[in-house]
Write a protein that binds this ligand. Structure first.
Ligand code: ASP
Length: 327
């Protein structure tokens, strides 16, 4: 928490003119001019820092923006300390870890996998769905079979030591109640823009801890957990998937930006919509992160505690998001 930074950079973004092809800061008040820095990578939560670093490294090595957002979140999928992304994530109530992931590029190409088991990198499988099938989404055993057919190794189905310990504790009461900002909400959603203004995004999660077997969240649903459109911008979500699906959160934000809202205004409006469409809001956390074509960034959550990482070629900072209940 202590190293988190506030929204400083955005307000400092100032007055130099944008020179095409060169990473630069543009005049923030001139409509239509680029206002941010390119390339730019944004990811949800603390684990966004190493993920952003991996994405930027990929860009520097010549990868395109889709490569970067895939590579970035692959890093999180392997993080043994992360209990909500990858096979080390907390299981469902049957003790089985199932994964959801999606990837989208600004030209409308997209792919996702849902409720998939034994796959170490669901984000790569989602990309394979995007690139190697005529479909957008594969789920469950079909997604697993597709992974095998694509030559992906199947991992042993056993819980990581940390997940096993947590699951054993949970079984004592077997009570299901999402705990805000703790074990249940740590999906990584990443959105990025390359030096030419092309956008892409990725999202990967083990979903809610102790969910019902078969439950699928927002992360693999294009338009809910992730949406990208090169004409407008990109958005991603984290938090209680059901609340995000109900309002088609990421699509809503991109469409609001299309109508002229800034990313910040669009995220705030989406959170308000989410609050109006979901009961028991005191138990629901959800956060959105967005970028527009002009390089402006927005983030907003229902409750305090949501943060995100923002990286350029030369910086990588953790930023606290504002929230509805603590603006
Ligand atoms: N959005 C994810 C889901 O509902 C959870 C999270 O953000 O951690 O599956």
């Amino acid at each position: 928490m202590s190293q988190r930074r506030k929204f400083i950079k955005q307000s400092l973004m100032g007055s130099a003119l944008f020179i095409p092809g060169i990473t630069a800061i543009a005049e923030a008040k001139t409509p239509g001019l680029f206002k941010g820095e390119k390339p730019l990578i944004l990811s949800t939560w603390n684990h966004g820092l190493p993920a952003n670093a991996a994405a930027v490294k990929k860009l520097k090595a010549g990868g395109n923006i889709v490569d970067a957002v895939e590579t970035g979140v692959r890093d999180t999928e392997l993080d043994m300390n992360n209990l909500s992304v990858g096979l080390q994530g907390l299981p469902d109530r049957e003790g089985i870890t199932t994964l959801d992931a999606s990837i989208m590029s600004g030209d409308g190409s997209c792919g996702s996998v849902a409720f998939v088991r034994q796959v170490k990198h669901p984000i790569t499988l989602a990309r394979m769905v995007m690139e190697n099938t005529p479909h957008v989404m594969l789920a469950g055993e079909g997604a697993r079979q597709f992974a095998i057919a694509q030559g992906m190794p199947m991992e042993k189905e056993e819980l990581s030591p940390k997940a096993k310990e947590a699951y054993e504790k949970w079984k004592v009461t077997s009570k299901y109640k999402p705990i805000i900002n703790i074990e249940n909400h740590d999906t990584i959603g990443m959105i990025g823009m390359d030096a030419n203004g092309n956008l892409a995004g990725s999202c990967t999660t083990s979903g809610l801890a102790y969910k019902m077997h078969g439950r699928v969240g927002d992360s693999p649903i294009i338009g809910a957990g992730l949406f990208v459109d090169n004409e407008v911008g990109a958005a991603t979500a984290t938090g209680l998937g059901e609340s995000i699906i109900r309002i088609c959160g990421s699509f809503l934000i991109v469409e609001l930006m299309r109508q002229g809202r800034t990313p910040q205004e669009a995220c705030e409006e989406a959170v308000k919509r989410l609050i109006s469409k979901n009961k028991n809001i005191s138990d629901i956390q959800a956060g959105f992160l967005a970028i527009n074509k002009e390089g402006e960034v927005g983030a907003y959550a229902v409750h305090p505690g949501f943060n995100y990482a923002k990286a350029t070629l030369t910086s990588n900072d953790l930023i606290d998001s504002r929230s509805h209940f603590n603006p």
